[in-house]
Design a protein around this ligand. Structure first.
Ligand code: NDP
Length: 294
């Protein structure tokens, strides 16, 4: 979608290791944009959808790696990347790993690939397969800046690109931090519906209020970032901890409605600890420091 080449310019050929749900979506986008694609999958039958659209199936991962300089892996986990590439010659290859893993996995895999003569870029896909090739999908990248610059147009075909730094662990760190923010929101939405479940209310109408409310509140992340960077946790605070944590309405309402407090209580508890430590004039920024264990 973001390919800058004119329609007649030759497209970079590439290899894709892994044609599961995500790999297949990525492969389809490259094929649709005219990139010659070599594919390999542990279970060969799963390459059928892409070969029907013009991809060439390699007989082994080593053969697939030998076919092109640019090699994209989209496998289950980091261990499967190691297993798949065991017998492959990575000398002179540009390995882009879109397999989900931890920052430490990415750093170790980068060192492993570099030792074998490859350049390495790690990626975190911020999309589900149906979003690939459509606006809104993006991939976080970190690692070799030269590799990223050189293949940026090809990488931008299935999804937008966000390069976050040369440390190969950063894409995974951003990925998990974004997902963690999302799960916090899921937890809040889950608790909110549990409160209303037994009441005689139209849940769809409530959702119509909840979504704009969450959107309006999401901007607090900018305030938190600014306070953490400046070290000033109190200037301009409009909803302080003395007000938020000193009030037990949230937990009492849950109990009144017959709803477990297990999702909400840990956050309330953190606010109370920070309040008890004498920070009633702050907002929730200081909880970030409470969570750090080192
Ligand atoms: P699938 O389960 O559909 O595919 C998994 C792929 O990994 C298959 O190609 C599978 O091969 C291969 N595989 C598993 N174990 C091994 C192994 N030991 N050796 C070699 N190959 C192996 O998963 P997805 O395609 O959905 O996910 C792929 C990656 O993309 C994951 O890291 C996932 O976290 C990430 N991702 C997925 C998203 C999604 O919504 N689906 C969203 C964002 C990231 P085989 O067919 O032989 O089993």
């Amino acid at each position: 979608m973001n390919d800058d080449f004119s329609s007649s310019a030759p497209r970079t050929p590439l290899t894709l290791l892994g044609t599961g749900a995500m790999g297949t979506a990525l492969g389809r986008a490259w094929l649709a944009a005219g990139h010659p694609l070599t594919v390999w999958n542990r279970t060969p039958e799963r390459t059928a959808e892409l070969t029907a659209e013009g991809a060439v199936a390699a007989g082994s991962a080593a053969e697939a790696v030998a076919a092109n300089r640019l090699v994209v892996a989209c496998l289950l986990d980091d261990a499967s990347v190691g297993t798949a590439l065991e017998g492959a010659d990575l000398t002179g290859r540009d390995l882009v790993n879109l397999t989900t893993g931890t920052p430490a996995d990415a750093r170790a895999r980068s060192a492993w690939a570099t030792e074998r003569g490859a350049r390495f870029l790690d990626g975190g896909i911020m999309a589900v397969p149906p979003m690939i090739g459509a606006p809104g999908a993006f991939v976080l990248y970190s690692g070799d800046p030269g590799l990223f610059q050189e293949h940026r147009d090809t990488l931008a075909v299935p999804a937008g690109t966000e390069y976050v730094g040369a440390d190969p662990g950063l894409a995974a760190l951003y990925d998990v931090a974004l997902l963690s923010g999302m799960y916090g929101m899921f937890a809040g939405v889950t608790h909110a519906f549990a409160l209303l479940r037994g009441a005689d209310v139209a849940l769809k109408e409530f959702a119509g209020l909840l979504v704009p409310w969450l959107n309006a509140m999401a901007g607090m992340a900018h305030d938190t970032a600014g306070r953490l960077e400046s070290g000033d946790y109190t200037t301009g605070v409009v909803s302080n901890l003395a007000m938020q944590a000193g009030n037990d309405t949230l937990l009492r309402t849950a109990v009144e409605q017959g709803v477990s407090t297990e999702l909400l209580a840990p956050f309330v508890e953190l606010m109370r600890r920070r309040l008890a430590d004498g920070h009633g004039d702050e907002d929730t920024t200081g909880l970030v420091d409470l969570l750090r264990t080192r």
